[in-house]
Design a protein around this ligand. Structure first.
Ligand code: DMJ
Length: 590
């Protein structure tokens, strides 16, 4: 089996890995993925021909229009058949709201709050695509018809990233004096979206009360607060990735409450990390602080926790956020990363990030999940582009095999463990960010491939449907709101070379739901600094907690922190044929 089964240090890998490193031509080691996935030997010329040549401008425009058409088809059908309900059932052309008949149906009820979720979540995609008339119409509809005074019990995290984040993003677009996307102003706009965001956040606040650790309850009822029979267990990402939206809201309103509770949650989780490994688990009890789920990985349960440590720093400039991120990144390199030290050189299997026990660092299982595919995008933001290239290629290899990403893929069995694909954006997100960092046309080919398989396997009568089974390609009657807010947006941006998001002087960052927020000095002003003094290096029992030394990786400066990577700071080594060969070995099926 691959050396990924071995603990770090016993395989061909060094721990900790030194990052980032540059490849030297001609030293590819044996690639396990190559034979796992059926790779064939090909001469370098073929790679040059296939990927390194320019992606013709007409083809790029065609793909941009295809991505736009995909969004429009999904959006128009939602508006025609589902609005004001939360989601579109694209096969039967109907709307879907919360499952009132079965409160335990969390897959639905955590997300659908009876607040026109898909419309709200799609607002800034309309702006990014330059559709000012529909953006203005949609904003007015939201203002006039959406209310949060609903007897809906929703997940705090989902309501925050999908609804609160979108309202704040749209508010900023409307009030931006530069209007880079065309005229997105609203006549007589009186900060209504900001007030709606405030109203929603106030309804979420009960989740942060009566918790002994400061870690919030996972769910609240928007009318009545935390339900009496509520669960005391939450996943780390759910409780610890609220700071971007809550911080923006606080800073726009000049009210520290929201940022304070979100930051307290992050710190409480951080203080519960393992003293030995520096890792966090995936599920914690909010009253006792005990880890219920001890699995540490980059996917479900933890993904956006890491993402928001870095993005909070980018947005608010608080050093402690960067320090936490750097320490977390180092622990990830030490305990989760398996395989050879460098992506593109040396002996041993290519690198992979596995799931381990947070206390021992021992491997817990042999699957990775599709949510983890966001991680190369995060690595681009910190400049670890080479490692990002490798991890992205692994996920693309899986996509090539199934025309989608199975929710879980077992790398030991070389088969999916969980077979559905709900139109998730993570691989497209990383593809877009890697393209911005390298400008290598390989990523346009990847995007085209993804677009074409979405068209082929998921397009149905009234929209795009969840793949129930990535092998037999059967579908389910559900189109999640992130398909319009993220998947379509990243695909469009990948091919829209001149989009203001990566062209204008304004710097944008994406929230974890793909909502754009501009990074500006205004958000770094902090009138309530004294409330946020360091709570010290102590755990809850007063014992001092070991803090790993912050990793050397530095966010280069505020302008390269954004998703728009300026020309002069792009990865200086474009993908050469050596990369292509490597990627081909991994992908195998190209
Ligand atoms: C989205 O809601 C967000 O990207 C979140 O961070 C993770 N899951 C979905 C998309 O897969």
């Amino acid at each position: 089996g691959p050396s990924w089964l071995q603990p770090p240090g016993t395989a061909a890998t060094q721990s900790p890995r030194k990052v980032p490193r540059r490849p030297e031509p001609g030293v590819c080691g044996p690639a396990h993925w190559g034979y796992v996935l059926g790779g064939r030997d090909r001469g370098p010329d073929e790679y040059e021909k296939r990927y390194s040549g320019a992606f013709p401008p007409q083809l790029r425009a065609q793909m941009r229009d295809l991505a736009r058409g995909m969004f429009v088809f999904g959006y128009d059908n939602y508006m025609a058949h589902a609005f004001p309900q939360d989601e579109l059932n694209p096969i039967h052309c109907r709307g879907r709201g919360p499952d009132r008949g079965d409160p335990s149906n969390l897959n639905i009820n955590d997300v659908l709050g009876n607040y026109s979720l898909t419309l709200v979540d799609a607002l800034d995609t309309l702006a990014v695509m330059g559709n000012s008339s529909e953006f203005q119409k949609a904003v007015k509809l939201v203002i006039n018809t959406v209310s949060f005074d609903k007897d809906s019990t929703v997940q705090v995290f989902e309501a925050t990233i999908r609804v609160l984040g979108s309202l704040l993003s749209a508010h900023r677009i409307i009030t931006d004096s530069k209007q880079p996307f065309g005229d997105m102003t609203i006549k007589d706009y009186d900060n209504e979206l900001l007030y709606m965001a405030h109203d929603l956040a106030v309804r979420l606040l009960p989740a942060f009360e009566n918790t002994k650790t400061g870690i919030p309850y996972p769910r609240v009822n928007l009318k009545t607060g935390v339900p009496p029979d509520t669960n005391n267990e939450t996943c780390t990402a759910g409780a610890g990735s609220l700071l971007v939206e809550f911080g923006i809201l606080s800073r726009l309103l000049g009210d520290s409450t929201f940022e304070w509770v979100a930051r307290r949650a992050v710190k409480a989780l951080w203080n519960l990390r393992s003293n030995d490994t520096g890792l966090l688990g995936n599920v914690v009890n909010i009253q006792t602080g005990h880890w219920v789920g001890k699995q540490s990985g980059l996917g479900a349960g933890l993904d956006s926790f890491y993402e928001y440590l870095l993005k909070s720093y980018i947005l608010f400039g608080e050093k402690e956020d960067l320090e936490m991120f750097n320490a977390a990144y180092q622990s990830i390199q030490n305990y989760l990363r398996r395989g050879r030290e460098a992506c593109n050189e040396g002996e041993g299997d290519p690198p992979l990030y596995v799931n381990v026990n947070m206390f021992s660092g021992q491997l817990m299982n042999t699957w990775i999940d599709s949510l983890q595919a966001f991680f190369p995008g995060l690595q681009v933001l910190i400049g670890d582009v080479e490692d990002a290239i490798c991890l992205h290629a692994f996920y693309y290899a899986i996509w090539k095999r199934y025309g989608a990403l199975p929710e879980r893929y077992n790398w030991q069995l070389q088969a999916p463990d969980v077979l559905f694909y709900p139109l998730r954006p993570e691989l497209v997100e990383s593809t877009y960010l890697l393209y911005q960092a390298t400008k290598n046309p390989f990523y346009l080919h990847v995007g085209m491939d993804i677009l074409q398989s979405l068209e082929k396997y998921t397009k149905v009568k009234c929209g795009y449907a969840t793949l129930h089974h990535v092998i037999d390609k059967s579908t389910e009657d559900r189109m999640e709101s992130f398909f319009l807010s993220e998947t379509c947006k990243y695909l469009y941006l990948l091919f829209d070379e001149d989009n203001p998001v990566h062209k204008s002087g304004t710097r944008y960052m994406f929230t974890t739901e793909g909502h754009i927020v501009s990074v500006d000095e205004h958000l770094r002003e902090l009138p309530w600094k004294e409330f946020f003094s360091e709570e010290g290096g102590q755990d809850q029992g007063g014992k001092s907690v070991h803090r790993p030394k912050p990793h050397e990786l530095k966010v280069i400066n505020s302008s390269s922190n954004c998703n728009r990577v300026p020309d002069e700071r792009r990865y200086s080594l474009p993908l050469k044929s050596i990369y292509m060969r490597q990627i081909d070995q991994m992908v195998g099926l190209i």
